[in-house]
Design a protein around this ligand. Structure first.
Ligand code: HPA
Ligand code: ZN
Length: 346
């Protein structure tokens, strides 16, 4: 760990933008910008429910997770072909690379799209092709994590896993997303056990709106390696101790928490308290097209609201690489680039 020089508050945004980072919590369907949504609707001969981009953006006001998921789901209806998934993912990778994201572990789901009559093959092939192109065109590394939709049954999650298996080599892991409260992790115990046997890396959304008990069961029943969101963990001292002891990372998404009213304003966000407690917290964008910003916006706005420091910026970026699922050699190479950035920043 290098020694971090203090950085004046007005220079901090530059450092936050420039520093190498990994993004570990970003739903690719949540990166679909209104402009591209309209373009895809037109390409696919579909009508939009809003007259223009501005009207659509004005509809992006949410009360909670479910009110967001309802609008988000409508947005996915324009995705019809492999090329659509490719275009959406490549657009994200270009933006992420511009934010100095070196590595992205991207969430997607197939159940939304198979529910619209598409095959899982179309989804996975399009996204995978974009990951390959992202490396060649923008120098960004990326991999794919298939999320099961927790408002659906475990039987349906098993079908989803089955359909994905011909593409095993294109997938890094599985996760759990969608409506949290009322759908605890243990509902998916069997399918996560199966995915684990198959060698998938495991993550789950837990403790976004749901209680600390959901984080416990994601860890102890599903045996996940990271928790997505996890902001409710700070209610439970024993859980904090567990996260710290086992170095379980939380993939925190501050602008998402703000827009879905998990926190009423960013100054109330508990990211700073997580770092003080020694939790391996990271900063991520979740659904940037809907929540008003990509990863650097999440960093800059949160740092401004909480008064966080260059030392904490370094810690968060370091955590993002440590919590990633890349091998030790790649991790060391990323961390070296991070150290160089902080050593040479003036
Ligand atoms: N939580 C649960 N499901 C989701 C989210 C989220 O923040 N974003 C997209 N699907
Ligand atoms: Zn999410």
């Amino acid at each position: 760990m290098i020694k971090i020089k203090p950085v004046a508050a007005e220079r901090l945004p530059d450092l936050l933008r420039l520093m190498p980072k990994a993004e570990l919590h970003m739903h690719i369907e949540g990166s679909l910008e209104p402009e591209l949504m309209f373009a895809l609707a037109q390409r696919n001969g579909l009508a939009m429910a809003y007259p223009d981009v501005a009207a659509l953006r004005r509809a992006y006001v949410f009360d909670d997770l479910q009110s967001f998921l309802d609008i988000y789901h409508k947005g996915t209806l324009v995705l019809r072909t492999e090329q659509d998934f490719y275009d959406m993912a490549l657009a994200y990778l270009e933006r992420a690379a511009a934010d100095h994201v070196l590595h992205a572990e991207i969430f997607f789901d197939t159940q939304t799209h198979t529910g619209h009559g598409l095959s899982a093959d179309v989804v996975i092939n399009g996204l995978h092709r974009a990951c390959v192109a992202g490396r060649a065109q923008f120098g960004i590394d990326s991999s794919l994590i298939l999320c099961f939709l927790r408002h659906l049954s475990e039987r349906e999650a098993f079908e989803c896993l089955e359909q994905a298996l011909p593409h095993r080599d294109k997938l890094l892991g599985v996760g759990l997303a969608s409506s949290e409260v009322g759908h605890p992790p243990e509902k998916f115990a069997q399918v996560f056990a199966r995915a684990r046997q198959l060698g998938f890396r495991l993550v789950a959304h837990a403790g976004e709106e749901g209680p600390p008990a959901y984080i416990w069961s994601a860890l102890d029943v599903l045996k996940v390696e990271r928790i997505d969101h996890g902001v409710q963990a700070l209610q439970d001292p024993a859980l904090i101790a567990r996260l710290v002891k086992d170095r379980i990372a939380l993939t925190v998404c501050p602008l998402s928490n703000l827009k879905l009213r998990v926190f009423q304003n960013l100054a109330e966000h508990n990211l700073g308290r997580m770092l003080e407690a020694g939790i391996v917290a990271t900063v991520n964008s979740d659904d940037p097209a809907y929540f008003g910003g990509y990863i650097n916006q999440n960093f800059c706005q949160t740092f401004a609201s909480l008064g966080l420091t260059a030392q904490q910026a370094y810690q968060l970026a370091r955590n993002s690489f440590e919590a990633s699922f890349v091998d030790a050699t790649a991790k060391a190479a990323y961390l070296e680039r991070l150290d160089t950035c902080f050593e040479t920043f003036v």
